[in-house]
Write a protein of this length. Structure first.
Length: 307
């Protein structure tokens, strides 16, 4: 009876250990690795095989490539290395496969856990990335088209059609980003005064874009944008009013010296506001009437040096 118990205990233990033994009877070997140092190949294969064991797959490097096995391949691509993991069945058919691009073979310890996870869980390799495990092209700086950041200072004059305001002086400050055919700019502009009887003042801050018709050393351009505008106009003996709000600008011009670090632009700009000017209180209180409203479109001409 005692011997029977020992026999049954041994059989039970053997039965539970057989699946583990069967699972351990799977090889993990280095495969194709043309052009790569054999020592590095063996090291990378051991790292990947170790990661398989850590994630619950019982493999043995000593088993070799007979029957079912896992195969680790390395292929050079210029200075980069393609690391591949394949699960090969006993019939020689690849059942599962994944690959990871490395900038250099030294990235294998970082990339191996991700590659194993990707193959075992049938996930895209990009979904296994974390901030600390980016490798290969995942950390490549994205290439961008060329462009230039420029700052500018300009002089401008203001005129207001329908009044005597003409050639009032002003200044412009500008930031711009330009490509051969397109530009983005932000302006701070103020102008005022007039040598004639009428008077006007304008302040604007806005953003917009330009299209250059030529990539050459000089180019005509057209532009448009939006701006916040403060505008006041005085027609002596007729009207005096001011208002502020959003407006737009439309322009044509030409830019010179485009092949150099500095630029010079000449621009003619119409700056229509989205509001009318309301007559100031001093002009209508004595007449006991509602204030009048008038609409003006300032026209500016400017010369701006960009650097």
């Amino acid at each position: 009876m005692y011997r029977m118990r020992i026999l049954l205990t041994f059989l039970f233990a053997l039965a539970f250990s057989l699946p583990a033994l069967a699972r351990a009877d799977v090889g993990c070997v280095a495969g194709d690795a043309a052009g790569i140092d054999p020592v590095d190949v063996e090291t990378v294969a051991q790292i990947v095989c170790s990661q398989l064991r850590r994630q619950g797959v019982q493999v043995s490097e000593a088993r070799g490539s007979e029957g079912e096995h896992w195969r680790v391949n390395l292929r050079p691509l210029g200075r980069k290395v393609i690391l591949t993991l394949q699960h090969v069945g006993a019939d020689g058919v690849i059942r599962r496969e994944g690959e990871l691009m490395l900038n250099e073979i030294e990235e294998a310890p970082v990339g191996a856990p991700r590659l194993v996870t990707s193959v075992l869980e049938d996930r895209d390799i990009s979904s296994t990335a974390t901030v600390a495990t980016l490798v290969g092209d995942e950390v490549r700086t994205q290439r961008k088209k060329d462009g230039e950041h420029l700052f500018g200072l300009g002089l401008l004059t203001i005129s207001v059609p329908g009044t005597d305001v003409f050639a009032g002086g002003g200044l412009a400050l500008r930031w711009a980003f330009e490509t051969p055919n397109l530009g983005v700019l932000a302006d701070l502009r103020f102008a005022g005064g007039s040598p004639a009887d009428d008077d006007a003042g304008m302040f604007g801050i806005g953003v917009g874009g330009r299209w250059f018709t030529s990539p050459g050393s000089w180019s005509p351009f057209v532009g448009a944008g939006l701006q916040y505008t403060v505008l006041s106009v005085t027609e002596r003996g007729k009207f005096s009013g001011s208002q502020n709000g959003m407006g737009a600008w439309l322009e044509i011009g030409v830019e010179l010296l485009r092949l150099y670090e500095s630029r010079l632009s000449f621009e003619l700009r119409a700056e229509p506001a989205f509001f009318e000017l309301e007559e100031d209180d001093d002009w209508f209180e004595e007449d006991d009437r509602d204030p009048r409203r008038r609409y003006y479109v300032p026209i500016t001409f400017g010369i701006t040096y960009l650097f």
